[in-house]
Design a protein around this ligand. Structure first.
Ligand code: KIV
Length: 278
């Protein structure tokens, strides 16, 4: 494990005060989280996006609490200093406060996360307040909220007219008043994100919200080139691991067919005298 400082809520507030941006990525498995820990990524979101990028569902709606638990436990096993956030899946908090507290508690108690995240603004403020009252740190997520895509008319950026921008600002205020210790803005115009940032005392993070926020989140498969079904405008690709995987698989197939693999160095040996005795 790395020697860097452990990330906790005090660290996140200190970095906000100092104007240092926070690096945040998703992860859903042990190896990815280990490499992120080694690299010094400060926050990991075990997002319900893992339902699509890792489990192959065509939306985040089918992802269950049990599936989130498996992915989240793999990530917390790999991390020590990184701040891990569990993402409340669809219908794990919408039915009511009691259910929400119980499921948020499973992330904290059984998985060892540092906080949970849930989608929704004003409508979710009473639920956020109840979870915070139970002693659980909450990040509110507003803007393009995939669990409400049907209501939003699809996966569309939000806050692009005056009315919806005002609503986003109200959402952020309600979440902060409800006790959310940070807010994540997804797919909102940079200028609207800056207005929210300017009016908030809590850290404001963005995924597709421009640079005037306290830190950036991206989905790990998007930056590594491991998810090809769609590519939102805000994604920057840092590697093409999908292509490298296909190249490696093709080379393996060729070498198996041609007999080039396995070579002598991949084979176990038995001494000649032992072999003669068989
Ligand atoms: O599940 C997820 O990865 C998310 C991000 C898209 C914000 O919620």
């Amino acid at each position: 494990m790395s020697e860097r400082e452990a990330v906790n809520i005090n660290y996140l507030y200190q970095k906000k005060k100092e104007g240092e941006k926070i690096s945040w990525l998703t992860a859903y498995d042990y190896p990815t989280a280990s490499f992120q820990e080694e690299a010094g990524i400060e926050m990991i979101l075990v997002g319900d996006s893992g339902g699509m990028t890792l489990l192959g569902y065509d939306s985040t709606l089918p992802v269950s609490m049990d599936e989130m638990m498996v992915m989240t436990k793999a990530v917390t096993r790999a991390t020590d200093k990184t701040f891990v956030v569990g993402d409340m899946p669809y219908m794990s908090y919408q039915p009511g406060k009691e259910e929400a507290i119980k499921n948020a508690g499973r992330f904290m108690g059984e998985c060892g996360t540092d906080a949970i995240k849930l989608e929704g603004g004003r409508r979710m403020a009473p639920t956020v307040e109840a979870i915070v009252d139970a002693g659980i740190p909450v990040i509110g997520h507003i803007g393009m909220t995939p669990q409400s895509a049907a209501q939003l008319g699809g996966y569309k950026s939000q806050g692009r007219d005056a009315q919806s921008a005002k609503e986003l600002i109200e959402d952020a205020k309600s979440l902060e008043q409800a006790g959310a210790f940070a807010i994540l803005l997804e797919a909102v115009p940079s200028r609207v994100a800056k207005m929210i940032y300017d009016q908030s005392d809590v850290p404001i993070y963005g995924i597709g919200a421009g640079s005037s926020v306290d830190g950036q989140l991206l989905i790990v498969q998007d930056i590594l080139g491991l998810f090809e079904l769609f590519k939102p405008r805000f994604v920057k690709r840092y590697a093409n691991l999908g292509e490298e995987m296909v190249d490696a698989f093709n080379q393996y197939i060729e070498e198996v067919k041609s007999g080039e693999f396995p070579g002598e160095e991949h084979c176990y040996k038995i001494p000649d005298e032992e072999f003669r005795e068989i």
